[in-house]
Design a protein around this ligand. Sequence first.
Ligand SMILES: Cc1cc2nc3c(=O)[nH]c(=O)nc-3n(C[C@H](O)[C@H](O)[C@H](O)COP(=O)(O)OP(=O)(O)OC[C@H]3O[C@@H](n4cnc5c(N)ncnc54)[C@H](O)[C@@H]3O)c2cc1C
Length: 330
Amino acid sequence: MGKGILVFAEQEEGKVRKVTFEILSEAKKIADKKGEQLCAVCLGKDIAGLGDKFAPYGADKVYLVDHETLGQYTSDAYAKALTDLIIKEQPSIVLFGATINGKDLSAKVAARVSAGLASDCTEMKLDDSGNFCVRRPIYAGKVLADVGFQNTDIIMASIRPNVLIASEPDTSKTAEIESIIPEISADNIKVKVLEVVKASAGKVDLTEAEIIVSGGRGMKGPENYKMLDELAEVIGATVGASRAAVDAGWKDISDQVGQTGKVVSPNLYIACGISGAIQHYAGMGTSKVIVAINKDEEAPIFSKCDYGVVDDLFRIIPPLTEELKKMMAD
Ligand SMILES: Cc1cc2nc3c(=O)[nH]c(=O)nc-3n(C[C@H](O)[C@H](O)[C@H](O)COP(=O)(O)OP(=O)(O)OC[C@H]3O[C@@H](n4cnc5c(N)ncnc54)[C@H](O)[C@@H]3O)c2cc1C
């Protein structure tokens, strides 16, 4: 038995992020091929109830790291607790979701344990020689780099949400659960979170959304996003925006998709009145199906989409919403 693959099981307010199950499912195949144990590590406060969430997706062992200071994510407390566990258990591979917290934590922990880290990956596998490797978009998604690792005892990677497929959970599976009380002292914490203000309560986070309807400068003004909200409501989507729309003050920065916004990989991305600049594409280019609605047939988005509608979005979206509403009702 090798040293094992460890997956950082990200949770927020007691709810495990979907990307955790996606990574566990794919990591299970790799662990089986390598003959290694698959472990999940969940950090938080009062998280005993989460212990049985990971075995159905392949975890053989679950570490529950429970501490007062882990209730709210801070890189200081999380990095201390996770670094200590990694030093003790010496896994061969540590995987994170490429979420905001996952990217922050993986970088800090990789530096502390001198691990090689590839961030924001879209694939992971064993190559023909059985070495772990990943694929990651670079240069704003223009190039895909296949990355291997060398001269590192621990390999680390963060994987984008929604690019791997979670297996059907097998609820008959159980895992060994080890509860850990980490040694975190006040000296370890340099930042105190005073308040968390949620920009969009109740909505599926853009990075985890399976369908996204995004609006750009072509929406003409904030009042017209109501049209996208209605479409999103009908098809269960989350509404995103281009930077032009955010810079204009029409949408919140937390809704921005792109190089300087969120990186998303939904099953369906509907770009409305978005030209398709490379910086926007960098954030949504790995979407499984891209649909563009744009009145300019020369817009770059049409060279990147799977389906394109060359027309005025104000003419297309309201009847589309009505038709979809009827279809959904049937
Ligand atoms: C360092 C850097 C980082 C950046 N990061 C990001 C980022 O994270 N995300 C991002 O989005 N951008 C980012 N940008 C900006 C990016 O370059 C583009 O300026 C931006 O994406 C353009 O947004 P847009 O497509 O909404 O607007 P535009 O490029 O102005 O396109 C608007 C589109 O709407 C169409 N349109 C207009 N009216 C209608 C209508 N009635 N019906 C249908 N179509 C219509 C037009 O034909 C046009 O194609 C970044 C730029 C830089 C330099």
